[in-house]
Design a protein around this ligand. Structure first.
Ligand code: CU
Ligand code: ZN
Length: 177
């Protein structure tokens, strides 16, 4: 099955980000491939990327809800596989090139294009800042040194404003090159 997200600066967010994210899953339980192809980003910058709950852009990216979290976990990262994370946390961050472009493929093992983990009809949001992977407000020994920052880290990763977003829609089969 395939899905596609179209980023159009006229429809969503307050940025010039334009392009697509093509999404492919061979069978309902196989990992999901995301091919991000975006232009118009700030140069050489790390931005958080998540699946948010709703494909609702009536108030731009603000009406897409929170991180997609069907398993009712705290925010985290695939980099810490023994710890909880939201299904929608994906790879947490992506980086733009010196030309403000992202052409990048990654796999995700928690999302699906069907069943209870389905992300179809939801939204992908790209944030102004960097996702802190659920580690915000922690000291070097893993103890909480800033309660407020850490509380927010477990919800949003302190990723900052919502720069761009698009709705995840069904697509016909396409090939990945
Ligand atoms: Cu987000
Ligand atoms: Zn999250």
């Amino acid at each position: 099955m395939n899905a596609i997200v179209f980023f159009d600066p006229n429809c969503s967010g307050n940025s010039n980000i334009k392009g697509t994210i093509k999404i492919h899953q061979c069978s309902p339980k196989s990992p999901v491939l995301f091919h991000v192809n975006l232009t118009g980003l700030s140069k050489d910058t790390v931005h958080a990327i998540h699946v948010h709950e709703y494909g609702n852009l009536t108030k731009g990216c603000m009406s897409t809800g929170s991180h997609f979290n069907p398993t009712n976990e705290t925010h985290g990262s695939y980099l810490y596989p023994k710890e909880p994370r939201h299904v929608g946390d994906l790879i947490n961050n992506i980086q733009s090139s010196k030309k403000g472009v992202i052409n990048y493929k990654f796999w995700d093992h928690l999302t699906s294009l069907s069943g209870p983990m389905s992300i179809v009809g939801r939204a992908i949001v790209i944030h102004e800042g960097k996702d802190d992977l659920g580690r915000g407000g922690l000291g070097p020994n893993g103890r909480v040194i800033n309660k407020k920052v850490h509380k927010e880290s477990l919800k949003t990763g302190n990723a900052g404003g919502r720069m761009a977003c698009g709705i995840i829609g069904r697509d016909k089969s396409h090939h990945f090159t």
